[in-house]
Design a protein around this ligand. Structure first.
Ligand code: G3P
Ligand code: CA
Length: 255
């Protein structure tokens, strides 16, 4: 056993299913993820949807920016067939015809049976999206006084949005993402966030220790190889994002 490290399903079980589809989230849940990660953008009609890129080109059969589509227009796109074509060895018939999920659709499907790890992506009206996110989380009883801290975690590279969320909803767990962890000011971050989310290839054991000294958790991305998982767990990180929940769960359970 390597300790209680949270396994965060990066874009769902995206190593084995088309990222950010219900199929990928369902598989991540079945494989024992502690969190489902959702990257969030806003549509033309102000709805929050789960998709990583600011455009639909890579992961659907459509073309164009997410924020130029209404939700009903986005729902007409096939968000799964690209995966079957790119990875024939992992293809599954039910991936064809998967759609871009609305945040509310995901919350309705999984409810409180899973934990959510939500990233507000950079290419959208940030504060409008943040307000919309809080409204939806409250409506689905996922934040509030009786909800355990950490049921939902919000992550962002943007410190301003995390500070805003901390003011609006002090009970919400927040993670400051960074692609340049050497520049993180732990003291500053500890004033508004619960932890840091660095690119795992840019940190050391000393980084983890320093974060912990400031009472900050360390959630690394994106860790897909077992040797890296073992190294980071030995450094006592608190969680990691992975495309392969199955590998991580096997290691964690020692089987
Ligand atoms: O959110 C952590 C990690 O997922 C950041 O990378 O590009 O996959 O959102 P990205
Ligand atoms: Ca992300």
């Amino acid at each position: 056993m390597l300790g209680d490290v949270k396994i965060i399903a990066h874009r769902g079980a995206s190593g084995l299913a088309p990222e950010h589809t219900m199929a990928a989230y369902q598989l991540a849940k079945e494989q024992g993820a502690d969190y489902l990660e959702l990257d969030i953008h806003m549509t033309k009609d102000g709805k929050l949807v789960a998709i990583h890129d600011a455009d639909v080109n890579r992961t659907t059969n459509g073309r164009g920016k997410v924020n130029t589509f209404t939700l009903s227009q986005l729902k007409m796109l096939d968000a799964g067939s690209w995966f079957n074509q790119k990875y024939p060895e992992k293809a599954m018939p039910h991936y064809r015809g998967q759609t871009i999920p609305a945040l509310e659709e995901i919350l309705k499907e999984f409810g409180s049976s899973v934990n959510y790890y939500i990233e507000l992506k950079r290419t959208q009206p940030y504060y409008k999206a943040a307000d919309q996110l809080l409204k939806i989380l409250r409506k689905h009883h996922l934040i509030g006084q009786k909800i355990p801290r950490g049921k939902v975690i919000v992550e962002s590279f943007h410190a301003g949005i995390l500070k805003y969320l901390n003011q609006q909803s002090p009970g919400l767990m927040l993670i400051q993402l960074s692609d340049n962890p050497a520049n993180i000011n732990f003291k500053e971050v500890s004033a508004y966030a619960d932890g840091v989310g660095p690119n795992f290839s840019k940190i050391s054991r000393a980084f983890v220790n320093a974060a912990h000294q400031h009472r900050l958790q360390v959630h690394c991305w994106t860790v897909n190889h077992e040797t890296d998982m073992i190294k980071l767990m030995n450094w006592k990180i608190d969680g990691f994002f992975t495309d392969y929940v199955n590998r991580a769960r096997k290691l964690m359970d020692g089987s």
